[in-house]
Design a binder for this molecule. Structure first.
Ligand code: AHM
Ligand code: MG
Length: 338
């Protein structure tokens, strides 16, 4: 008998852990898994774009060739729209919410916020990219979703996850009872449980930040970077600098090996670059569930109330002791600046 546990089997096994278990959330997660496999297939042949046809052209099958982030967006929207468990979607790719108005979804209980292809500039150079998703219970009563459904704090998430399209494709998710990771076995087309009950070390040895923006960072971040670079045997400093430029990939590595990811305010992004609803909140939920921390430098990410759909926030996330130290520097040197 094979010991492999697929995502589908795992979701069904855990179904009774959900607070309102009637199978809807399980089906929603399954739908996300299906869209992820389709996006995986396309991401894996991204290097063939020149052979198969340029973006905007018609390919050999007579289909128009789309940018991968547009393609990923369409796949997730399609999977969530036909599934019948989701009444609305907020996506990085769409200015406004996408209400779903089908007979099956009128009484659907959930809304999904997502970044369908995060770090998409990395696609052209064969570097890891990801998908991030966040699931809330609707607050409106019936019909298609409203803006109110998406104006909930991260603490209200019922599930969140990411898919990393890397040297292998992995789906990592939480429903608030720990974090589990599944690796796609392309030979059988299934996500298989490979990283059960993921826990992040309380300390690590790498820091991830775009240091090219150093001159524009708040003083607290500048001082923290200098701290990371100082020699100190007890805390194993200097730390290594590791920055992929794909938040999912940087966070995934740091989750496994320990580390801190920072995207602070800069001159060009005075409120930070990353989006609260569909990047920072879901990643924060996963990191906290794995034992780490996520803040905006001062406040827990999950407690920030979103005022607008595409609201940005500074993001400090990872191993708890490293995040605590970075936030101490923010309090000491930057409290007055922001
Ligand atoms: P995107 O959603 O437009 O892809 O931007 C988000 C990405 C993150 O994945 C990554 O960490 C960051 O932007 C990189 O930004 P920068 O190039 O400014 O370092
Ligand atoms: Mg993004």
């Amino acid at each position: 008998m094979s010991k492999v546990k697929t995502l589908g089997q795992f979701i069904i096994e855990k179904q009774n852990d959900f607070p309102y278990a009637k199978g809807e959330l399980s089906r929603l997660l399954r739908d996300i898994g299906i869209a992820a496999k389709i996006v995986h297939r396309e991401v894996n042949k991204a290097g063939l774009a020149d052979i198969l046809g340029e973006v905007g052209e018609t390919n050999v099958q007579g289909e128009s060739v789309k940018k991968l982030d547009v393609f990923a967006n369409e796949q997730f929207i399609a999977a969530l729209s036909v599934g019948g468990e989701c009444c609305g979607i907020a996506s990085e790719e769409n200015e406004d919410i996408i209400p779903i108005d089908t007979p099956q979804s009128r009484n659907a209980k959930y809304v999904v916020a997502m970044d369908p292809l995060d770090g998409s500039s990395n696609i052209d150079v064969n570097v890891s990219v990801g998908t991030i998703f966040s699931i809330y219970r609707r607050v409106s009563l019936t019909g298609p979703a409203t803006h109110e459904d998406f104006q909930q704090r991260g603490t209200e998430q019922v599930a969140a996850g990411y898919i990393i399209y890397g040297s292998s494709t992995m789906l990592v998710y939480t429903t608030g009872k720990g974090v589990n990771g599944f690796t796609l076995d392309p030979s059988i087309g299934e996500f298989c449980l490979s990283h059960p009950n993921m826990k992040t070390p309380s300390n690590g040895k790498s820091y991830s930040i775009n240091e090219g923006n150093y001159v524009h960072f708040p003083d607290g971040v500048k001082k923290y970077i200098k701290y990371c670079q100082e020699e100190d045997k007890a805390t194993k400093r200097p730390y290594s600098s590791r920055y992929i430029g794909s938040a999912v990939a940087d966070i995934h590595r740091n989750l496994i090996t320990g580390g801190i990811y920072i995207y602070p305010t800069t001159a060009s992004s005075p409120k930070g670059k990353l989006r609260l609803l569909y990047e920072c909140s879901p990643l924060a939920f996963i990191i906290e569930q794995a034992g780490g921390k996520a803040t905006d430098g001062f406040q827990r990410i999950l407690e920030i109330e979103p005022k607008t759909l595409h609201q940005r926030t500074p993001f400090f996330a990872g191993s708890s002791e490293m995040v605590d130290t970075a936030c101490d520097y923010m309090k000491r040197y930057s409290a007055a600046q922001v």
